[in-house]
Design a protein around this ligand. Structure first.
Ligand SMILES: C[S@@+](CC[C@H](N)C(=O)[O-])C[C@H]1O[C@@H](n2cnc3c(N)ncnc32)[C@H](O)[C@@H]1O
Length: 247
């Protein structure tokens, strides 16, 4: 069973989320294990100190290297080698393809930084790969870690039922965005559900979904068309560029 270990100063903040919904069910069914490791358990002083001031001065504090390195060593001695990531705004940007790649690993470890981050030597000592959620700065790596784990766990075999299949999601089918979705009521505040979706013509519904997914991708994320080898690349230049707020 794939094991995801999260090194954090706030295991109690993450714990409720990992017990709910997809992550909770996947663990109950034995499809994945999520281990929350408290960095303070690897301190040696009475105050369980994990941080210190940066050499060279400047604002803020940094996570000291010892608790991180010792937590990693403890985990690897107990479970074997992990693929190790550090949440970091200057890392490789986390995308669906990265989730696909990580979801194939048997043991994944994610380090959550805090304060100004962590002593840079842990990268070399532990072999962390930096992963960023995007070009913004959060106060800690806990939300990135949960995001990464959830994106990976939902890809594991059997975790999603047919109804929630990941295969039809954005970034999957030809790398396109998802098509628009509608449910009941058929008319709401004067807005109708597109006629084709209630026509009963399955082939027409499929065509509509493909067309709207392509159109939405062209308008909102033309960069995705360049990154994939899907047939839409050929027609991207003849795109209808007009932003379509309805779709
Ligand atoms: C306040 S941030 C440190 C920011 C760091 N001084 C910088 O400018 O790159 C504290 C921690 O939050 C996490 N973090 C913040 N933004 C992130 C992002 N966009 N992606 C991944 N982790 C992030 C990292 O673990 C980081 O060590």
């Amino acid at each position: 069973m794939p094991l995801f270990a999260i090194l954090t100063l706030f295991p109690e903040a993450l714990e409720p989320y990992t017990r709910e919904s997809i992550l909770g069910v996947a663990q109950t069914k034995g499809q994945a294990e999520i281990l929350l490791v408290d960095l303070r358990d690897f301190t040696r002083d009475r105050h369980r100190t994990v941080d210190d001031r940066p050499f060279g001065g400047g604002p803020g504090m940094l996570l000291r290297p010892e608790p991180i390195v010792e937590a990693v060593e403890w985990l690897e001695a107990k479970y074997g080698r992990f693929r190790k990531f550090a949440a970091c705004p200057s890392g490789r940007v986390f995308r669906q393809q990265v989730a696909d790649e990580i979801a194939r690993e048997q043991r994944v470890l994610i380090l959550c930084g805090r304060y100004e981050g962590f002593d840079d030597r842990v990268r070399q000592l532990c072999g962390f790969e930096d992963l960023s959620l995007g070009d913004f700065v959060l106060s800690g790596g806990e939300l990135p870690a949960l995001t990464i784990v959830e994106a990976c766990v939902r890809l594991l075999p059997g975790v999603l039922g047919n109804e929630e299949s990941a295969a039809a999601d954005s970034f999957r089918k030809d790398g396109l965005l998802d098509h628009p979705h509608y449910t009941r009521p058929r008319t709401y505040r004067g807005l109708e559900v597109p006629e084709v979706l209630v026509s009963g013509d399955h082939a027409a519904v499929e065509r509509w979904r493909e067309e709207t997914a392509r159109k939405r991708t062209r308008v909102r994320r033309p960069d995705l068309l360049k990154n994939t080898n899907n047939p839409e690349n050929a027609s991207a230049s003849e795109a209808d560029d007009a932003p379509d707020r309805a779709n």
